[in-house]
Design a protein around this ligand. Structure first.
Ligand code: UD1
Ligand code: UDP
Length: 364
C-alpha cells in the first residue's frame, strides 16, 4: 500500500518514530511534515535522536492561529496528496496537522487512517477535541489505543473500521526506557534522582491569563529549595508567560524543551510528574511515577483508573495538588521510591505499530 503519513508537532514526530519504520517494512510511505512545530528543540532534533526518516515533503507551516494553520495546510497538502495518489492518508492524534490531513484525504476521496482515534475530553472549547472529532468521522481506519475510545466512537455511531491496537507511544517508551535506568541524563542537568518534581504545561487552556497565574502559583507552592520543580517549557507557554508578565516563582527551574530520552529519564527519576500533556501523563503511568494532571479532565481515563491512585486529575487546585504530593511522594521517601522504580522498571511494548501495519496490509 502507498501511504502518505502526515506529522507536524513534537508528539507526532515521536509517534512516527514508533510507527514509520514498522510501516515501511510492508508499505511504501511518503512522510510529510507540515512544520507546525519548527524550533530545532521541538521538531528537528527528534529526527536525529529517534532515527526518524527525513520527510519527503516539509511544508514550513507553523505559527499563526489554528484556523490559518489549517487553511494553509489544506492547500499545501492537497497538492502533495493529489500527485501522490496514495491508497491511504495516515494522521496521528489531534492537532491542526491531523485535522488538515484528514480533510484533504476525505476531499480527494482517499481513505484516511487515524492513529490514536476515539479519544474524547467532551470539551469542545479545546482545539484538540474539534480536531479529533473531525478526523474520526472522516476516517476509514480508526486505530484506537483503549477500550474507552471504542465506546466513545460507538456513542457517535462509528463502529466500522475500528481496531484496538494499543498505544504506539508505549512501543517507543518500552524501547527507550531501559536505557535511562541509569540516571545519567538527570544528573547531567545537576539534579538528584527523587529530589525534584518534573513539570510540563502547554495546553491552550493553560495559556489563558488566569490559568497562567494559577499553575505558576501551584508549581511555586510545590517547589522548595530541597525539592525544586524542573519545568520543561514549551515555547508557546514561554511566549504566553512573557506576554502576560507572569514570572515563575522561586525554585521553579525552567529548562527548554528536552530530547525524548532525557524527558523519559526526567520522568523516571522524578519524585512526581505534574503535567497537562497527553503524552507525558501516559509515559508517567507506564514508568510508574506519581503524576498530577493539571487539567480538569483527561481523555486517558483508563490510565488514571488503573494507576491505583498514583495518577490524579487535580486541575489547577493548589491545595489538592499539595495534598496529593504529600500522599504520593513524601519528601522523606521519594528518593528511595525513585531508585526502586528505576531498578524494577519493566515496560513491555504494546505491539501497536505492528498491528497498524498489519491491518492496513490486510485491507488490500
Ligand atoms: C500543538 C497541538 C496540541 C499538542 C501540542 C504538542 C493544536 C491545536 N495543538 O499545540 O494538541 O499537544 O502541539 O506540543 O494543534 N511555537 C514555537 N516554536 C515551535 C512551535 C510552537 O515558538 O516550534 C509557539 C508559537 O508561538 C506558536 C505557539 O507555540 O504560535 C503554539 O504552537 P501550535 O503549534 O499552534 O500549538 P501548540 O500549543 O504547540
Ligand atoms: N517531550 C519531549 N521533550 C519535552 C517535553 C515532552 O520529548 O521537553 C515528549 C514527551 O516525552 C512525550 C511527548 O513529547 O513523548 C509529548 O508531547 P507534548 O507534551 O508536546 O504534546 P501532547 O502529548 O500533550 O499532545
Amino acid at each position: 500500500m502507498r501511504i502518505v503519513s502526515i506529522v507536524g508537532t513534537r508528539p507526532q514526530l515521536i509517534k512516527a518514530a514508533a510507527l514509520s519504520p514498522v510501516l515501511r517494512r510492508r508499505h511504501e510511505e511518503i512522510l510529510v511534515d507540515t512544520g507546525q512545530h519548527y524550533d530545532e528543540a521541538m521538531a528537528g532534533a527528534f529526527f536525529a535522536e529517534l532515527d526518524l526518516p527525513r520527510p519527503h515533503h516539509t511544508l514550513g507551516i507553523g505559527g499563526g492561529t489554528g484556523t490559518a494553520q489549517v487553511a494553509r495546510m489544506l492547500l499545501a497538502l492537497e497538492e502533495i496528496v493529489a500527485v501522490a495518489r496514495p491508497d491511504a492518508v495516515l494522521v496521528y492524534g489531534d492537532t491542526n496537522s491531523t485535522m488538515a490531513g484528514a480533510l484533504v484525504g476525505a476531499k480527494l476521496d482517499i481513505p484516511v487512517a487515524h492513529v490514536e482515534a476515539g479519544l474524547r475530553s467532551f470539551d469542545r472549547r479545546m482545539p484538540e477535541e474539534i480536531n479529533r472529532v473531525v478526523a474520526d468521522h472522516l476516517s476509514r481506519w480508526l486505530f484506537v489505543p483503549t477500550p474507552a475510545a471504542v465506546a466513545n466512537l460507538a456513542a457517535e455511531g462509528i463502529t466500522q473500521g475500528v481496531t484496538v491496537v494499543g498505544d504506539v507511544m508505549q512501543d517507543l517508551a518500552a524501547r527507550i526506557a531501559p536505557t535511562v535506568r541509569d540516571a545519567a541524563p538527570v544528573t547531567a542537568l545537576g539534579l538528584r534522582p527523587g529530589e525534584y518534581l518534573f513539570a510540563t504545561v502547554h495546553r491552550a487552556e493553560n495559556r489563558l491569563p488566569d490559568a497562567l497565574r494559577a499553575w505558576t502559583a501551584l508549581l511555586g507552592a510545590a517547589a522548595s529549595e530541597r525539592r525544586p520543580v524542573v519545568l520543561s517549557l514549551h515555547p508557546g507557554t514561554a511566549a504566553a508567560l512573557e506576554a502576560e508578565g507572569v514570572a515563575l516563582p522561586p525554585h521553579v527551574r525552567v529548562i527548554g524543551p528536552q530530547g525524548y530520552r532525557t524527558t523519559i529519564a526526567l520522568q523516571l527519576h522524578a519524585a512526581a510528574v505534574l503535567t497537562d500533556s497527553g503524552g507525558v501523563q501516559r509515559e508517567a503511568a507506564w514508568l510508574g511515577v506519581p503524576c498530577l494532571i493539571l487539567r480538569d479532565r483527561t481523555e486517558w481515563v483508563e490510565a488514571v483508573a488503573e494507576s491505583g491512585g498514583r495518577m490524579v486529575v487535580v486541575g489547577l487546585d493548589r491545595a489538592r495538588a499539595l495534598d496529593e504530593l504529600a500522599r504520593l511522594a513524601p519528601v522523606a521517601d521519594a528518593q528511595l521510591q525513585a531508585a526502586e522504580r528505576a531498578r524494577t522498571l519493566d515496560l513491555a511494548p504494546a505491539g501497536a505499530a505492528e498491528m497498524v501495519a498489519e491491518v492496513l496490509g490486510a485491507d488490500r
